[in-house]
Ligand binder design. Structure first.
Ligand code: ZN
Length: 252
């Protein structure tokens, strides 16, 4: 059902009612007998801002900007920068969601075998638990579930992992828009432009951004993007149990 809701954005229209309730937190007041009518035009646009690769020296600034705009986001965290580990707790305390991105973010390591992948993400979950008091069940694959670079290390591993994580009770999230900051050396104005264009007219959006080392431009572009999304009528949502998954096509 969750996936169906995302399909509404271009693939199929099903399961709207359930997700309307889940994501708007609205009771089905209009239910009478077996019929229910929820006027679709009342549905607010929703955007899940997601930040990968942190925490880093840029994360505090990201948090300050989000606070200023009263925007909540989801951080898919890594563990390589121990000196910024405490920021995971800070993110959580400020109402943001925490997900696993992997501890090492080392493609050669994590995508060498399912065992290596799970060892790495469990290590990250231990770090998260130390910071926020419990483990988490949401994750994002480095490179997304659609990445092909993993083929270099293990043929078919994404096909295996996308199944295994679900079997183990995790949910994974890809994205359907980005500010383009995965490409280095993009100017602030290009990031703003990309972050606007990729969101487009979609009603439900998951935006990929980064707060790892080298995210200076992302930080500078963030206020303009937040203002734009607000102006376009988007509500900021964190990823939680009610969030529809958005899965890319698996290519390895
Ligand atoms: Zn990453």
């Amino acid at each position: 059902m969750r996936r169906d809701f995302w399909k509404k954005n271009g693939l199929a229209v099903t399961g709207i009612l359930c997700l309307l309730i889940a994501w708007q937190g609205r009771a089905m007041e209009t239910v009478t007998g077996q019929e229910s009518v929820v006027p679709e035009q009342q549905e607010a646009r929703k955007v899940a801002l997601t930040f990968d690769d942190g925490p880093s020296q840029h994360t505090q600034e990201v948090l300050d900007i989000l606070k200023k705009y009263n925007a909540k986001a989801t951080f898919f965290v890594t563990g390589e920068k121990k000196e910024y580990e405490y920021l995971i707790k800070e993110e959580y305390k400020q109402g943001h969601a925490i997900g696993i991105h992997t501890f090492s973010h080392d493609y050669g390591k994590i995508y060498s075998s399912p065992e290596a992948y799970f060892k790495d993400i469990e290590k990250m979950n231990d770090v998260i638990e130390k910071q926020i008091g419990h483990k988490v069940k949401i994750l994002r694959f480095p490179g997304g579930s659609s990445n092909t670079v993993s083929r270099k290390y293990c043929d078919g591993i994404m096909t295996q992992l996308t199944k295994d994580v679900l079997d183990k009770g995790y949910q994974y999230y890809d994205w359907n828009a980005s500010n383009g900051d995965g490409n280095s050396n993009l100017s602030v104005s290009t990031l703003v432009d990309t972050g606007q264009k990729e969101v487009g007219e979609q009603e439900v959006v998951m935006v990929l951004m980064h707060d790892g080392a080298g995210s200076e431009e992302t930080v500078k572009a963030l206020p303009s993007l937040l203002e734009y999304y607000q102006k376009q009528g988007y509500e900021f949502r964190i990823i939680d149990d009610s969030t529809p998954e958005f899965h890319h096509h698996v290519n390895n």
